[in-house]
Design a protein around this ligand. Sequence first.
Ligand code: CU
Length: 326
Amino acid sequence: MFTKTAIILAAANLTAAHTTFQSFVIDGKDQGQHFAVQTPSNGNNPILDVTSTAMICNGGKATSDQVEVAAGSKLGMQWHHNDPASAGDGDDPIAPSHKGPVMVYIAKADTNGEGAVWTKIYEDGLTGSKWGVDNLISSKGLLEIDLPNLEAGDYLIRPEMIGLHEASAEGKAQFYNGCGQIKVTGSGSAALPATGVDMTKAYKATDPGVMFNIYGGATDYTVPGPKVWDAATAGSAPSTPSKPVESAAPSTPASSAAPSATPSPVESAAPSAPSATKPAATPAPSTGSGSALPETFTIEQFIQWLKTATGSSASKARRHARAFNL
Ligand SMILES: [Cu+2]
């Protein structure tokens, strides 16, 4: 019975290597565990069903506390393996096996997160061989983002990560999310898009970024869900938001124009390659164009013919002859 207990404890440890969003960090200061951060109803366990209502705020309930943060400023969201945070825990903030993307969504608070109200403002998928989760582990669970230059008001912010360590099978990706409550201050002017995504419909179990094999040196990964909102990528500047958006737009075509210039030389190089293979085909007929073998022949004649046909050493011919004997 002692063994049985030990096995159960070991199994519990294995399955408990998960994570939750626990506190805000503003100007380097932790705002306190679960202050303005909803407590999930499901502990630190992952969500496997992408249509579950837990995809909205992990079963958390809205509370009246909020953290104040200026539009366009930095906002830190602290994750930990266990709740309360476990110092010295090797799986904190999350087990390193749980590789996958990290994302952040935002919605107006009065929506309660229900319906097509969420806008993606950040994502960190796979860069080279580094996953968003790898970066989160490096920062000891602190996910820091530049808040868009949002218009003042009450918002829900929803950081999320996906553990893809078993996700080569459908329905095995592990979703972790939590909701925080923020009051955006300042004179930001960016209004969230009128229609966002519904978190119970944002992903499909078969999305390429949800059902994905992380093993074997994956380098190309598509983060699931909508694209990051334009205003979010340009919104870090506290000045007029429209300008950074416009200046960001031309830079994208410029960089995409550069790659398109490279393909054309490649294309012109391509025809030269086939021309090189053509001459290679001509040597073949020369083999038969040597001394022709009579319709009936002796073994000796055949060996002689083989020698001249191959045009090389007798040993080569012998090898051929032996092969024919078989
Ligand atoms: Cu886990």
